[in-house]
Design a protein around this ligand. Sequence first.
Ligand code: XIL
Length: 380
Amino acid sequence: MKLDRRNFLIAASTATMATRIKAEVIKESIQKHGLADAFVGDYHVGAAVSTDTILSEDKPTLKLLEREFSSITAENCQKWEEVHPSEDSWNWSASDKFVDFGEQNNKHILGHALVWHSQIPSSVFQDKAGDTVSASVLRRRMENHIGTLVGRYKGRVHTWDVVNEAVSDDGYDDWRPSAWFQILGNRYMEEAFNLARQADPNAELLYNDYNMHYPQKREFLVGVFKDYLDRGVPLDGVGFQAHYMLDDPELEQIEKSIDAYSALGLPIHITELDVDVLPKAFEYMGAEISTNFEYSDKLNPYPTELPDILQEKLASRYEKLFGLFSKHQDRIKRVTLWGVSDADSWKNNWPVRGRTNYPLLFDRQLNPKLAYTRLMNLKR
Ligand code: XIL
């Protein structure tokens, strides 16, 4: 074709159009391909979903979940006090919607948490007169709770946090003296796993806890898990909550724990990742949710915006953590963030109420933060 002025203009406008279309396609593919797509060869990347997001059908947050994450965890809506507030009453509204949303969007769905000492009515451990129930009564209640909840979502919820935080905060080398333990002894834990397996033989069953990198805790739990595996207790994997700080724990400690638990042949799930950027209120390093410290302005230094230097530190911390997880991608099945954006993080209220924290990958307007860009760059 002779390139006269007319043909040139046509060719030029076609080229411009092609460039425009290409730009749109690229934009769209960036939008379609979120964080979980970038890490698809390594592990699921998930987020916890709040009861409010589910019940209010918060569109922007749900859209972001759809695009960026391949797995979702029930942040609160399947905890005993929310889903089973009294012996004969069940509240399925948020939980059902959560599971429906996961199914409609093809997500790996996590149920959280069946047996735990927190967020459970004290009446579970008492009779009508307020006295402590016998072992057989409590066992029946646990059977009913697990059977009903896991049974309802049989074949739909893929993974359950069966027992949460069973280790003592005092020395980290023994069972937590919870009501479960006091009434049933340490066998309550394996009974919970057996009941969950009975209720859904195909669901994956996890033990979940914080400070999994503490050497004493690691030693204690490795002993318990070894015994379980020897005796055929149906434990399928280990959850590290991973409520971390900017500089603590060190990567080396985390890596040692990945090695120790996965040496038993158990896959690791990073179940509740976030990075606290605020000053430490105390020396206690756990995540026991009843802990609470008094607010002061000194403990809340960035009420409007996170300074660039900390944004950079946060990004680099996330980059290193995901770098470590990807190094061990053959042992890590999932990395879940505990919340979607800084606006809905529990870290704004724990361990001190009313602070402004910045622990996640999306800001309060749901825009990706520098940390998000760094993670995407790890995979480019
Ligand atoms: C937190 C929720 O994020 C909060 O909304 C709630 O008020 C308290 O519990 N370890 C766990 C999670 O296993 O269930 C906790 O979630 C955080 C610590």
